[in-house]
Ligand binder design. Sequence first.
Ligand code: PEP
Ligand code: MN
Length: 263
Amino acid sequence: LVSRHFHPEDTIVDVDGVKIGGKEVVVMAGPCSVESIEQLREAAKAVKAGGAKFLRGGAFKPRTSPYDFQGLAEEGLKMLREVADEEGLKVVTEIVDKDDIELVGKYADVYQVGARNMQNFQLLKALGKAKKPVMLKRGLAATISEWLNAAEYIMAGGNDQVIFCERGIRTYETFTRNTLDLSAVAAIKELSHLPIIVDPSHGTGRWEMVRPMARAAVAAGCDGLIIEVHPHPEVALSDGDQSLTPKNFNALMGELGKICTVM
Ligand code: PEP
Ligand code: MN
């Protein structure tokens, strides 16, 4: 079902009028984690002013250490919806448990499956029955074929609204947090009709590299970007090192405008 062989035309995922997979590049941006209403509101204003269409932010945080901030759960989801509605933005947020589909779906426009859950087949099967689009991040060390199969799990359940997200993979390199594999954009475009977006924030782990890699991703032909933006990265509860300030985000959006049409 994911294969371009049986479905030659590009699929456009339409999130209430925001089209992912068409001619325009769609930008999703916001903090790694929802921390407070004030933080989220400040981030959302910056994201909107820059021209993004989606507000991102995690309420359920899959952290490497169990002692790190785990997210605000439903309280965070409520904040996301409230602030996104104030700014006229859509919401994309991570789901980590198949039993949370109804809960997350109450507040989100797009479900995000994180890298650590790319092969959580129970979650993928459950999302196959969900009525909203799924943004499927590439697993920490997943091959293209494993990733396509993960999307197949969702589509096999009846949900054909799937968006791939390249977010970097584990390699021997330690300078960057992950190795952003932009060749995945071309590979997915060849093999599948589904849209693909790129996450240069997790893909590099370094805010200085986010702007150049975002530009490169767009040049490679991706359908959108997801970027971490925090009003005060130095005090972020997660991923401050890879978060853009509002000023840098705005500068990036200006740069993108020169190489593509940002929706
Ligand atoms: C995130 O988007 O904040 C996140 C946890 O991403 P990933 O699943 O790609 O690590
Ligand atoms: Mn993050």
